[in-house]
Design a protein around this ligand. Structure first.
Ligand code: SF4
Length: 426
């Protein structure tokens, strides 16, 4: 069969679509670049915001318009709105998140353990180059109950993948040429807690670094309350990327309480201080929601001041989106859209300032860059772009494409949201 795979949303959805691609190929099927060529399509949906839910529906309609009459809808939106999903053109099957791990085996009538035996070769999705970095799912679901969050509802209780399966995926990614592994999950910091002999994320990281030749290991989003100071000792290992994405969501203690977040501005600040002490030049990035129900101007000002004080290396600002079924959606005093947008703009300015200040600190230094793009040929050579371990985007020119190489680069100046560099070995 010719199969078209599409996804929207988080790195976990991306990691899952890559796993589906490997499984379908291992079962002898072909992954195609367009729904127009496909006999079957699988769309991994998202519902973290109302926009994401709308984009998920339009991806399904688009696949149907391109001629696929067998569409499988999976992922968070399809899990929470199965009737709506089943009503869309071409949809023949809804696979809820809890059944996603056996989606391919079930669809092809294979035993569920069919794909568990051998590392599945990692080939790029059609139209995409083999990734320089590979997203590896290690955990799913979440046992927390942040009041704005639909993911914890859509993905169910926290559950960890066993080490063997993770090691297999990491090895197949390395065999496929990946230079960087990104560990991903819904609540990554909870990995191992549900095992009969509980383990910690730190144990997993140590095992992966000890048992593989991963050139660079990066972590995706981590909830701040999962991390103790001891965790940062791990960064004595140079293969660990000096980048921590720690969602703050609000800098106001009263808003955090209404969000049921297990952190406070004081404990968050102490965590960042501990990280900066033990991981030199670490990039701390974050997520903040503005316009949460009841957010007063004073509470927003607390967030603005806190974010300015923390000097983040970068941050995403989300305007609160009421998700049906979440406690926050039932709260009073929802903030007017224009007010929320205005707050979003003010906060983005603060993040832009601190991100530029963080980048500027590295001018004159030499850091290792993983070239991600093949680059564009210009008068001054191939224009390469890539990322340092501490999440700095760097551009440089080279006489030939240098995709997927880790190289020492002298950082010589700023350019919009990135840095300009010179490749040392040239
Ligand atoms: S920790 Fe909170 S925001 Fe994160 S997935 Fe769980 S409930 Fe959602």
């Amino acid at each position: 069969m010719k199969i078209f795979l599409d996804t929207i949303g988080c790195r976990l959805n991306q990691a899952e679509i890559e796993t589906l691609a490997r499984q379908f190929r291992a079962a002898g099927h072909e992954i195609v670049a367009s729904a127009a060529e496909a006999d079957l399509a699988v769309v991994n949906t998202c519902t973290v915001t109302s926009e994401a839910a709308a984009d998920s529906r339009s991806k399904i309609r688009q696949a149907a318009r391109l001629g696929v009459d067998r569409i499988v809808a999976t992922g968070c939106w399809a899990t929470l709105e199965p009737e709506q999903a089943a009503g869309l053109p071409g949809v023949v099957r809804i696979v809820p998140n809890l059944e996603k791990d056996t989606l391919t085996a079930d669809l092809l009538g294979l035993p569920s353990e069919f794909f568990d035996l051998e590392p599945l070769a990692r080939q790029p999705l059609p139209g995409l180059r083999s990734r320089t970095r590979a997203f590896v799912k290690v955990q799913d679901g979440c046992d927390n109950a942040c009041t704005f969050c639909i993911t914890t509802i859509a993905r169910g209780d926290s559950r960890s993948r066993p080490l063997d399966g993770i090691l297999r995926d990491v090895q197949s990614a390395l065999d496929g040429g990946a230079q960087e592994i990104v560990l991903t999950g819904v609540h990554l910091g909870a990995w191992g807690r549900d095992f009969s002999s509980p383990r910690r994320l730190a144990d997993l990281m140590s095992d992966l670094l000890a048992r593989t030749r991963i050139p660079r290991l990066r972590l995706s989003s981590l909830e701040p309350w999962d991390l103790g100071a001891g965790f940062f000792q791990l960064w004595q290992e140079p293969r660990l990327c000096r980048h921590l994405h720690l969602p703050l969501q609000s800098g106001s203690e009263t808003v955090l309480r209404r969000m049921a977040r297990k952190t406070t501005p004081v404990s968050f600040a102490a965590l960042i201080e501990a990280a900066r002490e033990l991981i030199p030049d670490v990039a701390i990035t974050t997520d903040v929601i503005v316009g949460f129900p009841g957010e007063t101007e004073a509470e927003f000002q607390e967030t603005l001041d806190f974010v300015r004080r923390m000097e983040f290396a970068g941050g995403h600002v989300f305007t609160y989106s009421a998700r049906p079924g979440t406690p926050a959606a039932r709260m009073k005093n929802h903030i007017r859209g224009d007010v929320a947008r205005q707050r979003s703009a003010r906060l983005r300015e603060v993040f832009a300032e601190s991100a530029a200040a963080y980048r500027t600190r590295f001018i004159g230094q030499t850091l290792t860059v993983l070239w991600e793009s093949t680059g564009q040929l210009s008068d001054s050579g191939w224009q390469m772009e890539g990322l340092t371990d501490n999440y700095l985007r760097v551009a440089a020119s080279a006489p030939e494409p240098r995709w997927n190489r880790l190289e020492a680069v002298r950082l010589i100046g700023l350019s919009e949201d990135s840095l300009r560099g010179e490749i040392v070995s040239l």
